[in-house]
Design a protein around this ligand. Structure first.
Ligand code: NAD
Length: 265
């Protein structure tokens, strides 16, 4: 296929990342999914279950009918792991054109009881992970034609909310990082944009934010009432937008809301 691109998607084993992987495959591109190998290394357990090699393998099996999709383990908070994941992508596909920094975690709670280690981990995954993955991928992206980076921010990167200061702060930071990278890398022909999802029914909601408040059914009802377009967003909505951001030749430095009208600036 003409203009077939090689795309590396972090946090691609499930949720929004899986939707992004699916959309790139449907558009005819090659995809490397990178996610955690073990969700709960000692000392690194999170407050809800993260993905694992088993989930990543199952996703590759499911998506492989759409095109060339493979997977590699990564922990985006570790520089050596990021370097290894990029090298695995270049080995498998001969290069790298598009990096989608999608891995992310959330934690919530009142400020006076919010755990310091949890605050640090949210920033390590959501912000530092983008720096480490981008730094690891830069030589390959510079060698590609019309390379692009897509960073998953959030509508929480545009407006704060109570009880998620660490998450919202990290997602505001993603937009600042995106704009700075976009300006710094423009001369290399690398475009850098942020995707700001609204409300997508994934583990973040079902296993954490709404775990004790009715889960999936309550999520669907609440979001349908709160969102101007009358429905929550889907992982496929995010995939469609990520493909646009990665391929639109004159778009850089933007933070695109895909939120059914919840956020407009
Ligand atoms: P999710 O929990 O299903 O997906 C997050 C993925 O990131 C998981 O597969 C997880 O294993 C992976 N991950 C976590 N820590 C990692 C690490 N250190 N290294 C590598 N991978 C790691 O949730 P999701 O909703 O699909 O989230 C995807 C992105 O979308 C996140 O950046 C999130 O902040 C953002 N987002 C989600 C929503 C929403 O409504 N679900 C809204 C706005 C933004």
């Amino acid at each position: 296929m003409k203009n077939q691109r090689t795309v590396l998607v972090t946090g691609g084993a499930r949720g929004i990342g899986k939707g992004i992987a699916r959309s790139f495959l449907e558009a005819g591109h090659r995809v490397m999914i990178a996610d955690l190998e073990t969700p709960a290394e000692p000392g690194r357990e999170w407050n809800y279950r993260l993905a694992s090699a088993t989930e990543m393998d199952a996703t590759v099996d499911e998506l492989s009918e759409l095109g060339d999709v493979r997977c590699t383990p990564v922990d985006v908070t570790r520089a050596d792991s990021c370097t290894t994941a990029v090298a695995a992508t270049v080995d498998a596909f001969g290069g790298l054109d598009v990096l989608v920094n999608n891995a992310g975690i959330i934690g919530s709670g009142p400020i006076d009881r919010f755990d310091e280690a949890q605050w640090d981990r949210i920033f390590a995954v959501n912000v530092k992970g983008i720096f480490l993955m981008t730094r690891a991928a830069l030589a390959s992206l510079r060698a590609a034609d019309n390379a692009a980076i897509v960073n998953t921010s959030s509508v929480s990167g545009k407006k704060g909310s109570p009880f998620i200061a660490a998450y919202a702060g990290s997602k505001f930071a993603v937009i600042g990082v995106t704009q700075s990278f976009a300006l710094e890398l423009a001369k290399d022909g690398i475009r850098v944009n942020a995707l700001c999802p609204g409300m997508v029914g994934t583990a973040m909601w079902f296993d954490h934010l709404m775990a004790n408040r009715g889960g999936a059914d309550a999520f669907e009802k609440n979001m349908s009432e709160a969102i101007p377009l009358g429905r929550p967003q889907t992982a496929e909505d995010m995939g469609q937008a990520a493909v646009f951001l990665a391929t639109a030749p004159n778009v850089t430095g933007i933070a695109l809301n895909v939120a059914g009208g919840v956020q407009m600036h």
